[in-house]
Design a protein around this ligand. Structure first.
Ligand code: SF4
Length: 361
């Protein structure tokens, strides 16, 4: 069945992206080595990779592997962010991997997303708690605030000599009006990704959205120049925002923040974009259009336990058996359940957050 489940394909031409970025689709073969299958790979949310097969080969031969995934702390975390971090938690347990989580206060500062570094720091600590609450192994998880971590500057400087201004400018489409911190941040990002390889010889995989791929390509070029393992990547498609637009913290109606009240969640879900018809009568006659439906997409993440359940729901929608109110109620209940459980776990580790920061890097 793998690869044949076209639950999400109509929303974007991912094949074209795969070709353009030189990535490969996940195949069942490369994942045979993993003990379990993540439902979001089966459902096509994590759909492609670059060199993840080479990375898994090293793991298969008994090598220690690492995962790097950063968080830019400019706001409270929303559920879209947690999807990637929950996937990484799963991958950590599958591979017994060391996980490095840079909290990039410097990035948010130079890109003018926060007023002060102190503001970014406040979010960094709160975001760290949300990430740790997903169930990371504290023994193998290394969080750090980028501007406060000594080695970041040293390694960034060393790597910056392997970049040119024109390469960075072209890769990100920068204009001459950006501040130099934005340009230098490419070296900082490369330092985050390559540190586990430079320092410990661990191969690294980075789960990312495709829009972040320019950083990966620059970093892989640097890795080739300094002759270390080129970091692998796993590509995620983004869950669409509730309004149908991309999820963005600066447009609160598109996403559910972890600290949204039940009333706010209800309003956002009830206003969500669906593939439903104008009237219930039409819906019964013509059926809904789940490929267009954001509520269906979110149910895939927060409600359905597997592809089979997602497909059954899809059939009920298409046949007109379902109406959108039922799905919205289901989604609202699933989100409230998820957030309640999340807060329980967050509270239970509140006094232990240092365990995730204390490791010698
Ligand atoms: Fe979406 Fe459910 Fe409406 Fe179908 S019935 S379009 S799945 S909300």
């Amino acid at each position: 069945m793998f690869g044949e489940i076209k639950l999400l394909e109509k929303q974007a031409d991912y094949d074209k992206l795969i070709k353009e970025f030189g990535a490969k689709r996940f195949s069942p073969k490369i994942l045979e080595i993993l003990k379990t299958r993540h439902k979001l790979i089966e459902m096509g949310f994590f759909f492609a990779h670059r060199d993840f097969d080479k990375y898994l080969e090293i793991f298969k031969r008994g090598g220690q592997v690492a995962i790097v995934s950063g968080r830019g702390p400019s706001n409270y975390i929303h559920l879209g962010h947690l999807i990637i971090f929950d996937f990484i938690r799963w991958l950590q347990s599958e591979l017994d991997a060391e996980v490095y989580i840079p909290l990039s206060d410097d990035e948010k500062y130079v890109f003018n997303k926060v007023k002060t570094l102190e503001e970014a720091y406040k979010y960094a600590i709160d975001n760290a708690l949300d990430i740790a609450a997903l169930g990371y192994n504290p023994e193998k998880t290394h969080m750090y605030v980028s501007s406060q971590t000594k080695w970041v500057y040293k390694i960034s400087l060393e790597l910056s000599r392997h970049l040119t201004y024109s390469t960075v400018k072209a890769a990100f489409g920068l204009t001459d009006s950006v501040n130099p911190g934005v340009v230098f941040y490419s070296a900082v990002q490369a330092a985050h990704i390559l540190m586990p390889t430079i320092k410990y010889n661990y191969p690294v995989v980075v789960p990312i959205g495709m829009d972040q791929d320019p950083y990966m390509r620059l970093t892989r070029d640097i890795a080739a120049k300094i002759k270390v393992f080129k970091p692998a990547s796993i590509y995620a498609r983004y869950l669409r925002g509730l309004t149908g637009e991309p999820m963005s913290a600066s447009q609160p109606e598109t996403c559910i923040f972890i600290n949204d009240s039940p009333e706010t969640i209800k309003r956002k879900v009830w206003n969500a974009f669906t593939g439903g018809r104008a009237t219930i009568k039409e819906q019964r006659e013509l059926g809904g259009e789940p490929e267009k439906c954001v509520v269906y997409e979110w149910l895939m993440v927060y409600e359905f336990k597997d592809v089979k359940e997602a497909l059954e729901h899809k059939m009920k929608c298409v046949s007109g058996e379902l109406i959108c109110g039922v799905c919205k109620e289901k989604l609202y209940n699933a989100l409230i359940r998820f957030i309640k459980e999340h807060y329980k776990r967050k509270d239970s580790i509140k006094n232990k957050i240092q365990d995730y920061f204390d490791h010698e890097i």
